[in-house]
Design a protein around this ligand. Structure first.
Ligand code: SF4
Ligand code: ZN
Ligand code: ZN
Length: 321
């Protein structure tokens, strides 16, 4: 039996990058301390008093919620939970299960929260977009529309409650996947945008990625060992592209051969390359104004979200294109 490096109990995990075999309790303690160290060293919550945690109900956002909650009193910030009911069903009740898991965790931790049901509030669901989007003249893939919807709802809620930042559950694997696929396709503007901290600008509230150095294996193990509810299912709209799977596999093979390489790569990107890209290629100064319909920030007359909402309203009401 392999023993925990810190006690005599049976080790349940080997963290090769940290050269440690750990038992359940010491793994939880190790990962929580690492998270706290990242927050403090990278100054992710500097000057932040009120933070929204966007919880989808999956392993990453539930981990994020628990870890931020644990240090909130010590570091002096307040947490608000937000979960968005996207209306994704497709015979899997995906959104229902996700929202239920999020709410259970908010209540367990006694955190103030809000559930935004996009069907009730805006009249359409993501399933509607998948089904009627083309008819409505929407050319972008459903996940791209879903991303716009989530960012809009998060930012609107953050503005309403005067939050200083929105924390999202992007993990280490998401970060590296994003970086490699952006490099592969030459989307360097996207690389420039992927930061640990995206500062507030006008009515766009700051976004932070506190899990960017914690792997998906670690977040999964964390929620399983804490025995906290989470939705383990995958969204039915997920498109599993072989190419993207291959990128993830390549990153994991590299880690297998050179333990710690994932963290090193993420650090190199987030702390050296991304800041350099932002310095040498500053944002084009686009005029930001208020959307004529919803007053949220946009560069055009009407924001991207309102365009989607209007197109969906038309197609769902009249069946027109
Ligand atoms: Fe939205 Fe796509 Fe994620 Fe499903 S997989 S939640 S549709 S972004
Ligand atoms: Zn131990
Ligand atoms: Zn708008």
């Amino acid at each position: 039996m392999v023993k925990c490096r810190l006690c005599n109990k049976k080790a349940i995990v080997r963290l090769r990058y940290a050269r440690r075999d750990l038992c359940k309790d010491h793994f939880i303690e190790f990962i929580e301390r690492r998270f706290e160290k990242i927050i403090v060293e990278r100054k992710l919550l500097r000057g932040i008093r009120k933070v929204i945690v966007a919880v989808s109900g999956g392993k990453d956002s539930i981990t994020l919620l628990h870890m931020l909650h644990r240090i909130s009193k010590k570091l002096g910030f307040e947490i608000y939970g937000l979960t968005i009911d996207l209306g994704i069903d497709l015979n899997s009740s995906y959104s229902k299960k996700s929202v239920e898991a999020a709410v259970k965790n908010f209540e367990m931790l006694n955190i103030n929260y809000k559930v935004v049901n996009i069907k009730k509030k805006y009249g359409f669901t993501i399933d509607d977009v998948a089904r009627y989007g083309r008819k409505a003249g929407i050319r972008k893939p459903v996940c791209s529309i879903c991303g716009t919807v989530k960012r809009y709802v998060m930012n609107k809620f953050a503005t309403e409650i005067k939050a200083d930042a929105i924390a999202t559950g992007h993990n280490l694997d998401d970060t590296l996947h994003y970086v490699f696929s952006s490099i592969y396709s030459g989307r360097w503007e996207d690389l420039k945008k992927y930061a640990l901290v995206t500062p507030s600008k006008y009515k766009l509230i700051s976004r932070i990625k506190p899990l960017a150095y914690i792997s998906e294996k670690e977040t999964l193990l964390y929620v399983l060992l804490k025995e906290t509810p989470f939705n383990h299912e995958v969204c039915p709209h997920t498109v599993t592209r072989r190419f993207h799977m291959r990128i993830r596999k390549m990153i994991n093979e590299f880690e297998e051969e050179y333990p710690g390489s994932k963290i090193t790569l993420a650090r190199t990107f987030l702390e050296k390359i991304q800041p350099a890209l932002s310095t040498y290629y500053p944002e084009e100064e686009k005029e930001i104004r208020e959307c004529e319909i919803c007053n949220m920030p946009t560069t055009g007359k009407v924001c991207a979200f309102c365009k989607i909402r209007l197109a969906m309203e038309k197609v769902l009401k009249y069946g027109e294109s």
